[in-house]
Design a protein around this ligand. Structure first.
Ligand SMILES: [Zn+2]
Length: 283
Protein backbone atom coordinates (compact mmCIF):
# COMPACT_ATOMS: atom_id res chain seq x y z
CA UNK A 1 0.00 0.00 0.00
CA UNK A 2 1.53 3.36 -1.01
CA UNK A 3 0.32 6.30 1.01
CA UNK A 4 0.46 10.07 0.53
CA UNK A 5 -0.70 11.87 3.69
CA UNK A 6 -2.03 15.17 2.34
CA UNK A 7 -2.25 16.87 5.75
CA UNK A 8 0.14 16.16 8.59
CA UNK A 9 2.16 18.43 10.91
CA UNK A 10 5.48 16.60 11.05
CA UNK A 11 7.17 19.48 12.89
CA UNK A 12 5.21 18.26 15.93
CA UNK A 13 6.18 14.59 15.42
CA UNK A 14 9.17 12.45 16.28
CA UNK A 15 11.61 10.37 14.28
CA UNK A 16 9.79 7.29 15.62
CA UNK A 17 6.75 8.52 13.71
CA UNK A 18 8.74 8.91 10.50
CA UNK A 19 10.08 5.36 10.90
CA UNK A 20 6.65 3.88 11.56
CA UNK A 21 5.08 5.87 8.73
CA UNK A 22 7.71 4.78 6.22
CA UNK A 23 7.28 1.14 7.34
CA UNK A 24 3.50 1.48 6.89
CA UNK A 25 3.85 2.72 3.31
CA UNK A 26 3.78 6.51 3.74
CA UNK A 27 6.05 7.79 0.97
CA UNK A 28 4.97 11.41 0.71
CA UNK A 29 3.35 14.07 2.88
CA UNK A 30 2.08 17.62 2.72
CA UNK A 31 2.65 19.67 5.87
CA UNK A 32 0.36 22.70 6.09
CA UNK A 33 1.45 25.73 8.08
CA UNK A 34 -0.75 25.95 11.17
CA UNK A 35 -1.18 27.29 14.68
CA UNK A 36 1.60 25.94 16.89
CA UNK A 37 -0.37 26.22 20.14
CA UNK A 38 1.89 28.87 21.64
CA UNK A 39 0.74 32.22 20.20
CA UNK A 40 3.22 33.93 17.89
CA UNK A 41 4.03 37.53 18.71
CA UNK A 42 5.72 38.72 15.52
CA UNK A 43 6.19 38.03 11.82
CA UNK A 44 9.71 36.66 12.31
CA UNK A 45 8.22 33.77 14.22
CA UNK A 46 6.25 32.86 11.08
CA UNK A 47 9.15 33.21 8.68
CA UNK A 48 11.41 30.99 10.79
CA UNK A 49 8.60 28.42 10.79
CA UNK A 50 8.03 28.68 7.03
CA UNK A 51 11.78 28.35 6.43
CA UNK A 52 11.72 25.20 8.52
CA UNK A 53 8.77 23.83 6.49
CA UNK A 54 10.65 24.25 3.20
CA UNK A 55 14.16 23.50 4.51
CA UNK A 56 14.71 21.53 7.66
CA UNK A 57 11.61 19.33 7.68
CA UNK A 58 12.03 18.05 4.07
CA UNK A 59 15.60 17.18 5.02
CA UNK A 60 14.46 15.35 8.14
CA UNK A 61 11.73 13.49 6.18
CA UNK A 62 14.27 12.55 3.52
CA UNK A 63 16.27 10.57 6.08
CA UNK A 64 13.32 8.19 6.21
CA UNK A 65 12.55 8.10 2.51
CA UNK A 66 9.48 10.33 2.88
CA UNK A 67 8.89 13.11 0.34
CA UNK A 68 7.90 16.30 2.15
CA UNK A 69 6.00 19.28 0.73
CA UNK A 70 4.41 22.24 2.48
CA UNK A 71 1.60 24.73 2.28
CA UNK A 72 2.03 28.20 3.76
CA UNK A 73 -0.49 30.72 5.08
CA UNK A 74 -1.60 32.83 7.99
CA UNK A 75 -3.78 30.30 9.86
CA UNK A 76 -7.38 31.24 10.73
CA UNK A 77 -6.84 31.46 14.49
CA UNK A 78 -3.89 33.85 14.31
CA UNK A 79 -5.61 35.94 11.64
CA UNK A 80 -7.32 37.54 14.65
CA UNK A 81 -4.04 38.81 16.13
CA UNK A 82 -2.84 42.18 14.81
CA UNK A 83 0.75 41.17 15.60
CA UNK A 84 0.41 38.29 13.13
CA UNK A 85 -1.51 39.79 10.21
CA UNK A 86 1.53 41.48 8.59
CA UNK A 87 2.69 37.98 7.64
CA UNK A 88 0.29 38.36 4.69
CA UNK A 89 2.87 40.73 3.16
CA UNK A 90 5.68 38.16 3.23
CA UNK A 91 3.62 35.21 1.98
CA UNK A 92 4.19 35.95 -1.74
CA UNK A 93 7.91 35.29 -1.26
CA UNK A 94 7.16 31.81 0.15
CA UNK A 95 4.47 31.01 -2.41
CA UNK A 96 7.19 31.02 -5.07
CA UNK A 97 9.25 28.31 -3.37
CA UNK A 98 9.64 24.86 -4.94
CA UNK A 99 8.42 22.84 -1.95
CA UNK A 100 5.25 24.91 -1.49
CA UNK A 101 2.30 23.18 -3.16
CA UNK A 102 -0.69 25.23 -1.93
CA UNK A 103 -1.89 28.15 0.16
CA UNK A 104 -3.08 26.83 3.52
CA UNK A 105 -4.38 26.27 6.07
CA UNK A 106 -6.78 29.15 5.50
CA UNK A 107 -10.48 29.46 6.36
CA UNK A 108 -12.33 29.97 9.61
CA UNK A 109 -11.75 29.38 13.29
CA UNK A 110 -14.33 31.62 15.02
CA UNK A 111 -15.72 33.27 11.86
CA UNK A 112 -14.71 36.83 12.74
CA UNK A 113 -14.45 39.78 10.32
CA UNK A 114 -10.64 39.54 10.66
CA UNK A 115 -10.79 35.90 9.54
CA UNK A 116 -13.04 36.91 6.61
CA UNK A 117 -10.42 39.40 5.45
CA UNK A 118 -7.45 37.03 5.77
CA UNK A 119 -9.34 34.19 4.08
CA UNK A 120 -10.33 36.29 1.05
CA UNK A 121 -6.86 37.85 0.78
CA UNK A 122 -5.20 34.44 0.78
CA UNK A 123 -7.58 32.97 -1.80
CA UNK A 124 -6.57 35.91 -3.98
CA UNK A 125 -2.92 34.97 -3.37
CA UNK A 126 -3.67 31.39 -4.45
CA UNK A 127 -5.17 32.69 -7.69
CA UNK A 128 -2.26 35.10 -8.25
CA UNK A 129 0.35 32.41 -7.66
CA UNK A 130 -1.58 29.74 -9.56
CA UNK A 131 -1.70 27.45 -6.53
CA UNK A 132 -4.38 25.23 -4.96
CA UNK A 133 -5.86 26.21 -1.59
CA UNK A 134 -6.31 24.13 1.57
CA UNK A 135 -9.32 25.31 3.58
CA UNK A 136 -9.60 24.31 7.23
CA UNK A 137 -13.22 24.09 8.38
CA UNK A 138 -13.96 25.14 11.96
CA UNK A 139 -14.43 22.61 14.74
CA UNK A 140 -17.32 24.55 16.29
CA UNK A 141 -20.44 25.42 14.29
CA UNK A 142 -19.03 23.33 11.45
CA UNK A 143 -21.97 23.33 9.03
CA UNK A 144 -22.28 27.11 9.08
CA UNK A 145 -18.49 27.38 8.76
CA UNK A 146 -18.52 25.16 5.68
CA UNK A 147 -21.39 27.08 4.07
CA UNK A 148 -19.67 30.38 4.67
CA UNK A 149 -16.33 28.99 3.42
CA UNK A 150 -17.96 27.82 0.20
CA UNK A 151 -19.45 31.28 -0.32
CA UNK A 152 -16.04 32.95 0.13
CA UNK A 153 -14.45 30.41 -2.24
CA UNK A 154 -17.12 31.09 -4.87
CA UNK A 155 -16.69 34.84 -4.51
CA UNK A 156 -12.90 34.59 -4.90
CA UNK A 157 -13.12 33.25 -8.45
CA UNK A 158 -10.69 30.40 -7.72
CA UNK A 159 -11.54 27.28 -9.69
CA UNK A 160 -13.38 24.89 -7.28
CA UNK A 161 -11.24 21.95 -8.43
CA UNK A 162 -8.23 23.73 -6.96
CA UNK A 163 -9.74 23.93 -3.47
CA UNK A 164 -10.00 21.30 -0.74
CA UNK A 165 -12.34 21.74 2.22
CA UNK A 166 -10.78 19.78 5.02
CA UNK A 167 -11.92 18.18 8.30
CA UNK A 168 -15.31 17.27 6.83
CA UNK A 169 -17.70 14.74 8.42
CA UNK A 170 -21.01 12.99 7.72
CA UNK A 171 -22.93 16.27 7.95
CA UNK A 172 -20.65 18.63 6.04
CA UNK A 173 -19.78 16.17 3.25
CA UNK A 174 -23.25 16.78 1.84
CA UNK A 175 -22.62 20.52 1.58
CA UNK A 176 -19.40 20.12 -0.43
CA UNK A 177 -20.05 17.05 -2.59
CA UNK A 178 -21.59 18.87 -5.55
CA UNK A 179 -19.54 22.05 -5.51
CA UNK A 180 -16.58 20.75 -7.54
CA UNK A 181 -14.26 21.29 -4.56
CA UNK A 182 -12.19 18.43 -3.16
CA UNK A 183 -13.23 16.82 0.14
CA UNK A 184 -10.73 16.27 2.94
CA UNK A 185 -11.29 13.99 5.94
CA UNK A 186 -9.07 13.90 9.00
CA UNK A 187 -9.03 10.54 10.78
CA UNK A 188 -8.50 10.84 14.54
CA UNK A 189 -8.03 8.30 17.34
CA UNK A 190 -11.12 9.23 19.34
CA UNK A 191 -12.95 12.22 17.91
CA UNK A 192 -14.18 13.29 14.49
CA UNK A 193 -13.74 10.69 11.74
CA UNK A 194 -12.60 7.11 12.44
CA UNK A 195 -11.54 4.53 9.80
CA UNK A 196 -14.95 2.72 9.89
CA UNK A 197 -16.84 6.02 9.58
CA UNK A 198 -14.60 6.99 6.66
CA UNK A 199 -15.30 3.70 4.91
CA UNK A 200 -19.04 4.36 5.19
CA UNK A 201 -18.58 7.77 3.56
CA UNK A 202 -16.55 6.26 0.72
CA UNK A 203 -19.32 3.69 0.19
CA UNK A 204 -21.94 6.42 0.09
CA UNK A 205 -20.08 9.06 -1.95
CA UNK A 206 -17.45 7.17 -3.94
CA UNK A 207 -13.71 7.80 -4.16
CA UNK A 208 -13.61 10.75 -6.55
CA UNK A 209 -12.11 13.99 -5.12
CA UNK A 210 -11.87 12.32 -1.68
CA UNK A 211 -8.72 12.94 0.40
CA UNK A 212 -7.93 11.09 3.64
CA UNK A 213 -5.38 12.47 6.09
CA UNK A 214 -4.21 11.92 9.65
CA UNK A 215 -3.86 15.65 10.44
CA UNK A 216 -1.46 14.42 13.11
CA UNK A 217 -0.07 17.31 15.13
CA UNK A 218 0.81 18.24 18.73
CA UNK A 219 -2.54 16.99 20.01
CA UNK A 220 -3.72 13.43 20.44
CA UNK A 221 -3.48 12.02 16.93
CA UNK A 222 -2.00 9.10 14.99
CA UNK A 223 0.02 9.32 11.77
CA UNK A 224 -0.83 5.70 10.91
CA UNK A 225 -4.59 6.24 10.62
CA UNK A 226 -4.23 6.69 6.86
CA UNK A 227 -2.94 3.12 6.68
CA UNK A 228 -5.70 1.93 9.06
CA UNK A 229 -8.28 3.50 6.74
CA UNK A 230 -6.79 1.70 3.73
CA UNK A 231 -7.01 -1.59 5.61
CA UNK A 232 -10.60 -0.89 6.67
CA UNK A 233 -11.44 -0.18 3.01
CA UNK A 234 -10.01 -3.55 1.93
CA UNK A 235 -11.93 -5.37 4.67
CA UNK A 236 -15.11 -3.67 3.49
CA UNK A 237 -14.63 -4.95 -0.06
CA UNK A 238 -12.88 -2.03 -1.75
CA UNK A 239 -10.13 -3.08 -4.19
CA UNK A 240 -6.40 -2.32 -4.03
CA UNK A 241 -7.10 0.03 -6.91
CA UNK A 242 -9.68 1.96 -4.84
CA UNK A 243 -7.27 2.23 -1.92
CA UNK A 244 -4.49 3.45 -4.21
CA UNK A 245 -6.80 6.06 -5.64
CA UNK A 246 -7.82 7.45 -2.26
CA UNK A 247 -4.47 7.20 -0.47
CA UNK A 248 -2.12 8.00 -3.35
CA UNK A 249 -3.48 9.14 -6.69
CA UNK A 250 -6.05 11.61 -5.35
CA UNK A 251 -3.56 13.65 -3.30
CA UNK A 252 -1.06 13.46 -6.17
CA UNK A 253 -3.74 14.82 -8.51
CA UNK A 254 -4.86 17.57 -6.16
CA UNK A 255 -1.45 18.89 -5.11
CA UNK A 256 -0.01 18.10 -8.55
CA UNK A 257 -2.00 21.10 -9.75
CA UNK A 258 0.76 23.23 -8.23
CA UNK A 259 3.22 21.82 -10.76
CA UNK A 260 5.64 21.37 -7.86
CA UNK A 261 5.13 17.85 -6.50
CA UNK A 262 8.45 16.09 -6.58
CA UNK A 263 7.93 12.33 -6.53
CA UNK A 264 10.73 11.61 -8.99
CA UNK A 265 12.36 8.68 -7.18
CA UNK A 266 9.18 7.52 -5.49
CA UNK A 267 9.94 3.99 -6.75
CA UNK A 268 13.35 3.97 -5.08
CA UNK A 269 14.13 1.07 -2.72
CA UNK A 270 13.01 1.28 0.89
CA UNK A 271 15.43 3.29 3.03
CA UNK A 272 17.45 1.32 5.58
CA UNK A 273 17.60 4.04 8.27
CA UNK A 274 21.33 3.33 8.55
CA UNK A 275 22.11 6.93 7.70
CA UNK A 276 19.96 8.68 10.27
CA UNK A 277 22.71 9.26 12.79
CA UNK A 278 22.88 12.72 11.23
CA UNK A 279 19.64 13.45 13.08
CA UNK A 280 21.10 12.70 16.47
CA UNK A 281 23.00 15.24 18.45
CA UNK A 282 21.03 18.30 17.43
CA UNK A 283 23.93 20.18 15.91
ZN1 LIG B 1 -3.86 20.92 10.28
Amino acid sequence: MRIFDPHIHMTSRTTDDYERMAAAGVRAVVEPAFWLGQPRTNVGSFTDYFDSLVGWEPFRAGQFGVRHHATVALNPKEANDPRCRPVLDVLPRYLEKDGVVAVGEIGYDSMTPEEDAAFAAQLALAVAHDLPALVHTPHRDKARGVERSLAVVAESGIEPGRVVLDHLNEVTVKLVRDTGCWLGFSIYPDTKMSPPRMVELLKAYGTERMLVNSAADWGRSDPLLTRATGEAMLLAGFTDEDVDRVLWRNPVEFYGQSGRLDLSDEDAPEPTFAGNSILRGGS
